[in-house]
Design a protein around this ligand. Sequence first.
Ligand SMILES: Cc1cc2nc3c(=O)[nH]c(=O)nc-3n(C[C@H](O)[C@H](O)[C@H](O)COP(=O)(O)OP(=O)(O)OC[C@H]3O[C@@H](n4cnc5c(N)ncnc54)[C@H](O)[C@@H]3O)c2cc1C
Length: 375
Amino acid sequence: MTNKKSVLIVGGGIIGSMHAVQAIEAGFSVTHLERDVKPQSASIRNFGLIWVSGRLAGAELELALRARELWGKLGAVAKIGFRPNGSLTVAQTTEEFEVLQEAAAMPDAEARGFHLLTREETISLEPALAGHYRGALRCTTDAAVEPPLLLGGIREYLAKSPDYQWIPQTEIVDFSHNENGNHVTDFQGKRYSADYLAICAGAEHGKFVSEFLHSAPLRKVRLQMGATYALPVKINHSFADADSLRYYPAFKDLSLHRLGEQGEIATQYKMQLLAVQRLDGSITIGDTHEYQEPFTHEIHEAPYEHLRAVISNILGTEAPLIERRWDGVYSQSTSEDIYLRKEIAPGAVIVTGVGGRGNTLSPAVAEETVNSWRA
Ligand SMILES: Cc1cc2nc3c(=O)[nH]c(=O)nc-3n(C[C@H](O)[C@H](O)[C@H](O)COP(=O)(O)OP(=O)(O)OC[C@H]3O[C@@H](n4cnc5c(N)ncnc54)[C@H](O)[C@@H]3O)c2cc1C
């Protein structure tokens, strides 16, 4: 370690890892602490989507576009499976297609990279999407990374710096601040100190952060996900169904009532289809949303049957069987703030609550923290 201003980061998920990237690139020395042997939480359980298309017009979209730029730069130097693949939101009915037409005419449609495609134009881009649908909204700013590679790839990049230290299997149980800086203590009583501290513990709202978060505007959301067996053909774009329009704030002012009622299973499990083909050919699919704690511990089968039916319709052939299923929980801001950044002492912040856009926004969120330390 060199004689630079120092940073402690608690949490090895994507928010903590992006703080490490931004801090190292800004000239700080970084000690990065994680309780697990390898991070196991939301950041490795997600789709790996960098989903600009759904972000709310204004500050959130600007943050997403900045994040997309930073993802492109990181993707050029770190082995994270970054690809600017774009996305296709597929309309299966004429009414859905008409709502997509409205989306393509939104004032910021060009900034988002929206283009409305007929079915034929969609198939000429992605021949594997040969099914029964009306057309699609293409978003050229959307991108993807590979969750199984992501955090390891970032750490491999960071390890090239002599100023980066990764310390796994270290659960932090206490925080203090004095005139010498910020300090955290691990479960064995070992103390770590630095000028700056970012606690990025994800959906861990309890334990030592509970004194700071007990009344914070945050909730947890649980999702069910899956991965199919490999599809023998390549689909470059990520794809979604029109139910996704119901969930993303970018589309809140469109004529969503024209989408009609969601199907029974989609309504029950608060579902949309999001899908992205992994580098190994499998397709990551999801998702459901459970907002009320205590969450069930069970993985229900009905959502997967629904997702396979929707994908089969878009492919025009039976979708591959599902090989793996899992769930995940993220922390979501329930206030108008895009995420929660709470200063708990001078130079010490908790950053969480980025919700279902945490992967997308992570580099720009981290940049905001590190800029505050540079000021
Ligand atoms: C199923 C699913 C799909 C999603 N899909 C997408 C998507 O495609 N695109 C998108 O933009 N977002 C997506 N999200 C959201 C995104 O994954 C999250 O917002 C993001 O991963 C949160 O990152 P994080 O670093 O805050 O949390 P986490 O990934 O949960 O990481 C927190 C880390 O902190 C560690 N930690 C906690 N407490 C301590 C402690 N006391 N000491 C040391 N370490 C500690 C944990 O072990 C963990 O590794 C999805 C989320 C889920 C669950």
